[in-house]
Unconditional design. Structure first.
Length: 232
């Protein structure tokens, strides 16, 4: 097991280097001048040239990339061009909300996906199963940003029930502000979990010991909970 973990870590190193190189290259080729972003549109060419030189923007591409990697290894993600703050501080300042949002999306997807998958498998080929599979297929196929826009248009702009952005303070307001983001992140994963759970339960349903349990005269609830789902 330890050898496998070490091997995976070693294999991850070139992947990370390639990813950082690709992102750095895309950002370098993207239009825009960092010096002009910092000094504004009214800055003189002399001031712009001086700032570019002090920031090392005139250095060759590989030199700038190597400097970026060395800073990354020391935990230095650089400084934001727009507000002058350290990027690491900006990330850490928003990490709490990110963790809360990710956790709420995962919890929602598990709570919804597993029961829906189980019920759909038990009611295989029924109207409920067909509707459920259609909805899950739709949620898996629809782009997340489009689904988020639809939710905002319906529940924020038209009905005015939920805020479209921001994280409120206090338990009730904070919970309300999490509803739309949680639905946006969780529905797609809930659909995936539901379909995966359905397939797994259907494999169990076809096992011989399930037929044996039914042949013994056990009720359907006992077969489902004690044999299919392995509940004590």
């Amino acid at each position: 097991m330890l050898r496998y973990i070490i091997k995976r870590i070693i294999f991850a190193i070139p992947v990370l280097i390639g990813a950082t190189f690709l992102v750095f290259t895309i950002m370098d080729l993207a239009p825009g001048d960092p010096a002009r972003i910092i000094l504004g549109s009214n800055a003189t060419e002399a001031a712009l040239a001086s700032l570019r030189d002090s920031m090392g923007l005139n250095d060759p591409f590989l030199v700038r990339y190597g400097r970026f990697i060395l800073g990354l290894l020391h935990g230095d993600l650089g400084t934001s061009y727009r507000n002058g703050q350290a990027v690491f501080s900006l990330i850490m300042g928003r990490l709490g909300n990110t963790v809360v949002l990710a956790t709420s999306g995962i919890v929602f997807s598990v709570i919804i996906g597993i029961p829906v998958g189980i019920i759909s498998a038990i009611k295989q080929y029924s109207v409920l199963d067909n509707i459920t599979m259609f909805i899950t297929l739709f949620l898996m196929a629809v782009p997340t940003f489009w689904f988020a826009l639809i939710l905002v248009i319906i529940f924020s702009l038209n009905l005015g029930w939920l805020p479209s952005s921001g994280m409120q303070h206090g338990f009730p307001d904070n919970l309300i502000s999490l509803i739309l983001p949680t639905l946006t992140l969780g529905c797609g994963y809930a659909a995936l979990i539901a379909r995966t759970t359905r397939s797994s339960v259907l494999e169990v349903v076809r096992q011989d010991y399930i037929d044996m349990a039914r042949a013994k005269g056990l009720t359907e609830n006992a077969v489902i909970w004690k044999h299919m789902l392995k509940m004590p």
